[in-house]
Write a protein that binds this ligand. Structure first.
Ligand code: ZN
Length: 341
């Protein structure tokens, strides 16, 4: 297979990419914005030596990359378990970013909002909370997050909490979904919130998928069969998630995509997609960059402006236009409409 760091995007592909609805399920740019005091409304260039580790996505880069909708991760330190106040402060910050960019961004909590934003030429912004340590131990905190516009919650991050066990646990033995986790999934189903099992222990993924009445998502992940690591999804996980009708957002973190030494090419993202498509079909694939989440991206994608190259690569590797459109956004829209309205 030809692997190249230089991908020429044809005019036709660029036009197709721009016309398609493109949605990213997990972008961490609020971290960079908060830590560095970075103004997301402006284009930023990472200092030499920090490329391609950071400053993947700001508003101008997302727009240039043809991104129509982005889930901004509400992320706090995964270990301290007093997260609700911090989550709230981060949501305040997200709202500030939205106000500051009102002409270019639009808050979205439903599929309809995303379509309207695309018509208006604005980027829709949705909020996802990464880890139930931010509930501060109280299932009712989920209502508070819902009321503030949050529409997905990842059950665990790099730490376990009262509600779920992380995939990063050192314990090798089997794990079960705690009763608090069962309550959390039920409440999210009742409210119309997406249940996200990125970072979640494989045993819990099976149980969450069995219990959830709605499709389950992985906002950012990859396949363990291609790159074996605790962070990636086993074939059983992938089948379980597909069984709920859910989607898996493909991550662009080279560390989780490949163990082939320094910085693989963008082809590796399509390798993971190929595997998932082979197992469960193309209807369960989506995009979940993890941009600005302390990741290094593959060669060929330095930042969000390079996203059309991924579209070109899918086409070059034999995916049809209809299938690529599904991966770029339509699969996720199916789930979003079903769960959040
Ligand atoms: Zn993450």
């Amino acid at each position: 297979m030809r692997r190249t760091s230089h991908i020429h995007v044809s005019e036709e592909t660029l036009e197709f990419h721009r016309r398609s609805l493109v949605i990213d399920l997990h972008t961490d740019s609020l971290i960079a914005a908060k830590l560095l005091g970075m103004d997301l409304s402006k284009r930023h260039r990472a200092p030499r030596g920090f490329r391609p580790w950071m400053l993947h996505a700001d508003v101008p880069k997302l727009a240039q990359g043809g991104v129509d909708g982005v889930w901004l991760g509400i992320v706090t330190h995964p270990w301290p378990h007093r997260g609700f106040a911090r989550a709230s402060a981060n949501i305040d910050y997200a709202e500030f970013v939205l106000r500051k960019n009102a002409g270019r961004l639009r808050a979205a909590t439903r599929a309809e909002d995303v379509l309207r934003a695309k018509e208006e030429g604005r980027i829709s912004v949705m909020l996802g909370v990464e880890g139930m340590h931010m509930l501060s131990g109280t299932v009712e905190s989920i209502r508070g997050l819902y009321d503030r516009g949050v529409r997905y919650i990842t059950l665990a991050h790099f730490s376990s909490n009262r509600f779920a066990v992380t995939s990063a646990t050192k314990r090798k033995k089997s794990a079960a979904l705690p009763s608090a986790g069962i309550e959390a999934v039920e409440l999210m189903n009742d409210l119309g919130m997406l249940v996200d099992v990125a970072h979640v222990h494989t045993d819990l993924i099976a149980e969450v998928c069995a219990r959830s009445r709605d499709p389950v998502i992985v906002s950012h992940g990859a396949a363990a069969a291609v790159r074996p690591t605790f962070r990636n999804l086993t074939d059983r996980d992938i089948r379980d998630i597909a069984g709920t009708g859910g989607v898996i957002g493909l991550i662009y973190a080279d560390h989780w995509l490949s163990c082939e030494g320094p910085r693989p090419t963008l082809d590796v993202v399509v390798d993971h997609a190929d595997h998932i498509r082979e197992l469960v079909g193309v209807d369960h694939l989506a995009l979940g960059s993890d941009w600005d989440g302390f990741i290094r991206t593959p060669v060929g994608m330095d930042d969000a402006t390079d996203l059309p190259r991924l579209t070109q690569l899918f086409l070059d590797r034999g995916y049809g236009y209809d299938d690529v459109e599904k991966i770029l956004g339509l699969n996720f829209m199916r789930v979003f409409r079903q769960v959040c309205g």
